[in-house]
Design a protein around this ligand. Structure first.
Ligand code: MSP
Length: 543
């Protein structure tokens, strides 16, 4: 992996009809982890998120709330900002589909497609699910209901504009065959290829029955279908088609990180675009979106990664069942690193996943409290006691078995960076965390074996004590850096206790002997308090 090439990471734009839940937070936390990791590697990163504000669904929600769609969106989007701030999501760009520059780009794209001969007028008779903002054929429905929302779709009949999606079946199949990594993981790619092989139908891409959307430039009776509008955000945010810079003025104040500027942002970032989405919107992000791009003479993004869905304690997560997990409830109770860790370890990256309180507590206690927290705390306490908090010089153990375990730790530390890069490149954030936790486990075993607390009592073992404490300081340093993307708060707290900064390129920090002898550390403090099962009430009774 060349860590010098830019990467443009995007989340879906979430609908502003409701509060966000753990499903939305999952995609955003995956994206934030990727962004932080690659930035820490020194890779140029642009991380975009935002809000999807047009369409029937928002119109309906605003009407129910007795307000205008824009006023409604303004209120909800404020909650998005609060949530992402509370979770310290460091996006560079937050785009709203009601931003003027975005609406102009949508109109331009549509005009290009018309000029390219891909738009025609026709009668539209369809089954439309407002929740999905997507139409279905009878064949797609399950017992006459939307397969995702289990609701009866609306019967829609109107004259509107169609996009000749059918023309793109073969170009899409060719593109996927030539770029096997463009949809990951592989089963998701197979799913899309399977659907493409069935052939594509033209789709209706405008509406006349309501007006909350981007007006069609040449026929203002029509507004653009909300998906067509929203997908364009990924390029309108880059100033497509011809802006010389990112629309920073228009989105001033919304960045939580501060991107690197580039003179021709579309040319710079678009070839390295990676969309993170949930499985339910993979179709839109591949077939629909890529056809729009191909029709407009642009290339599809480099990659789309689609994750699965959370269930909760074995049930579908839904308002009706009252089991919706709210990210801030979890973060407020256990800390945002605990929330993030659970999502990275147990989340639906490869397939669907089940949010279980018992698994949350078990994972937290074993890896964070008893594993990482305990290691850091006992190593820094011993360093304080035996060396006044000052890192001793490196030396080998006199005892051969201990020296072998020290060499094994060194080997594990030096192998960690390439392992992390490989795992993150493959979107396997669970494996990346596991690589770090394996180092924690091996080091805790090393402490138990070397037993510095016993060595300290025997002056004849002074060298072995020094060897063990030097090694522990090196591991603590490496853990701090290795965790910057995965447990950002813990990384900063470890850095404070070590008296260092959680900064610098990972390749230079995740290696042996980077914490110099003679360096003075700070006061140790517990990192993660154990969650006591008793305080949690009844554990889940489900199998
Ligand atoms: N507005 C569209 C996206 C447009 S992008 C140009 C949209 N918005 S959404 O608010 O409905 O958010 C959808 C995202 O949340 C999807 O990625 C979806 O997979 C994710 N999730 C919704 N429920 C989920 C779970 N129970 N579990 C995991 N993710 C889930 O679609």
């Amino acid at each position: 992996m060349n860590v010098e090439t830019p990467i443009y990471i995007t989340t879906p734009l979430y609908y502003v009809n409701d509060e966000l839940h753990i499903g939305h937070a999952t995609t955003t936390i995956y994206a934030d982890t990727l962004a932080r990791f690659w930035r820490a590697c020194g890779r140029p990163v642009l991380f975009l998120t935002g809000s999807d504000e047009h369409g029937q669904k928002i119109h309906k929600a605003a009407t129910a709330a007795g307000t205008s769609p824009k006023a409604f969106a303004d209120t909800i989007v404020q909650k998005f900002f609060e949530l992402w701030d509370a979770l310290d999501i460091q996006y560079d760009v937050f785009i709203r589909t009601t931003d003027d520059f975005h609406k102009q780009a949508v109109a331009q794209l549509f005009t290009r497609l018309r000029d390219g001969g891909f738009i025609r007028k026709d009668n539209y008779n369809a089954l439309y699910c407002v929740e999905c903002e997507t139409n279905y054929t009878e064949k797609d429905l399950v017992d006459g209901k939307c397969p995702i929302h289990k609701t009866t779709p609306q019967q829609v009949s109107e004259e509107n504009y169609f996009f000749t999606l059918s023309k793109f079946t073969q170009p899409l199949l060719d593109h996927i065959a030539a770029n096997p990594q463009c949809i990951v993981p592989e089963p998701r790619r197979n799913e899309i290829v399977g659907k493409l092989k069935e052939g594509l139908n033209d789709i209706s891409v405008t509406r006349t029955t309501f007006d909350w959307g981007v007006p069609l430039p040449w026929d203002k009776q029509h507004v653009v279908w909300v998906w067509w509008d929203a997908l364009v955000n990924y390029i309108s945010a880059l100033g497509w088609p011809n802006a010389e810079s990112l629309p920073t003025d228009a989105i001033a104040g919304r960045s939580r990180h501060g991107h690197e500027t580039s003179a021709a942002p579309f040319a710079h970032w678009w070839p390295s675009a990676v969309h993170l989405v949930g499985k339910d919107i993979l179709w839109h992000h591949t077939v629909v979106w890529w056809s729009q791009l191909l029709g407009a003479g642009e290339k599809p993004p480099r990659q789309v990664f689609a994750h699965g869905w959370w269930q909760v304690e074995g049930d579908k997560m839904s308002k009706t069942l009252g089991n919706v997990i709210k990210p801030l409830d979890v973060a407020g109770k256990y800390g945002r690193d605990a929330l993030r860790y659970h999502i990275l370890r147990e989340g639906p990256a490869k397939g669907d996943a089940d949010w279980r309180q018992s698994a949350f507590v078990a994972r937290y206690n074993s890896d964070l409290a008893n594993g990482l927290g305990n290691l850091l705390n006992r190593s820094l306490n011993m360093l304080g006691k035996y060396f006044g908090g000052v890192v001793p010089a490196e030396c080998a153990f006199d005892q051969p078995a201990l020296e072998t375990s020290r060499l094994s730790l060194i080997a594990r530390v030096n192998a960690l960076y390439p392992r992390l890069v490989a795992a993150v490149t493959a979107f396997d954030l669970d494996a990346a965390c596991e690589a770090v936790i394996e180092l924690v486990r091996e080091t805790n075993a090393f402490v138990n074996n070397a037993a510095p607390f016993k060595l300290a009592k025997d002056p004849a073992r002074a060298k072995d004590l020094q060897a063990s404490m030097h090694a522990l300081c090196q591991v603590d340093f490496v853990l701090c850096h290795a965790l910057r993307a995965f447990l950002p708060d813990a990384a900063v707290r470890i850095a404070n206790q070590l008296g260092i900064k959680a900064e610098g390129k990972l390749a230079d920090c995740i290696a042996w002997n980077k914490l110099a002898a003679g360096h003075t550390t700070s006061r140790p403090e517990p990192l993660f308090a154990r969650i006591e099962e008793a305080a949690e009430g009844k554990p889940s009774t489900k199998p």
